[in-house]
Write a protein that binds this ligand. Structure first.
Ligand SMILES: C[S@@+](CC[C@H](N)C(=O)[O-])C[C@H]1O[C@@H](n2cnc3c(N)ncnc32)[C@H](O)[C@@H]1O
Length: 167
């Protein structure tokens, strides 16, 4: 849960405000009843603050609702579905996909595009089967050979996008 909460914070907030143009999907494969996909859409969030405890409480509340195939808004800006990683990616079809891995192509060589989907693993990395699926329509990119926290990699990606003026 820590890694999820930290990643949501890095994806959606800067120091004093929220990034209204960002959203993050979290695919959960743990029991009971996997898979579940959460979507946090920054522009629509209300009452959610950028601390891990608050995010964890909201996740728990949202997960107590039944998940359906269609994304359903459970709280302001927080959606839930029964999507797996692969069904989620199918729904996001058409957008450029970048899969983050330590051994990928240096991100400096990738021309990041608007509306891109960035895929990150948890402490165990991205499962091989899921990575293979994502790479059918995406490319593997790296910010170096060091293995960083997922939330740190998200911050680096934001920094690159912020400073390159892509979004
Ligand atoms: C802590 S790392 C996982 C490391 C895990 N030991 C593994 O074998 O993949 C969590 C995620 O952050 C991303 N990540 C970490 N370091 C990275 C790097 N140097 N370049 C690109 N992505 C990285 C990857 O998506 C990775 O799955």
């Amino acid at each position: 849960m820590d890694i999820v909460c930290r990643s949501i914070i890095s994806a959606l907030w800067v120091s004093y405000t929220i990034r209204k143009d960002s959203e993050i999907y979290v695919v959960l494969n743990g029991s009971p009843d996997p898979p579940k996909t959460l979507l946090f859409r920054a522009a629509e969030l209300k009452k959610v603050t950028n601390d891990e405890r608050s995010i964890a409480i909201w996740i728990k509340k949202v997960l107590s609702s039944p998940a359906t195939k269609e994304l359903k808004q459970i709280k302001d800006g927080i959606y839930l579905s029964s999507d797996s990683f692969q069904s989620l990616l199918k729904k996001l079809k058409g957008r450029p996909v970048y899969v983050f891995h330590e051994t990928g192509t240096p991100i400096q060589q990738a021309k990041l595009e608007k509306d891109a989907v960035f895929v990150f693993g948890d402490h165990k990395g991205i499962p091989e089967k899921e990575e293979k699926f994502a790479l059918r329509s995406g490319s593997r990119v790296s910010i170096g050979s060091e293995s960083y926290l997922t939330s740190s990699v998200i911050s680096v990606v934001h920094w690159i996008l912020d400073s390159s003026g892509v979004v």
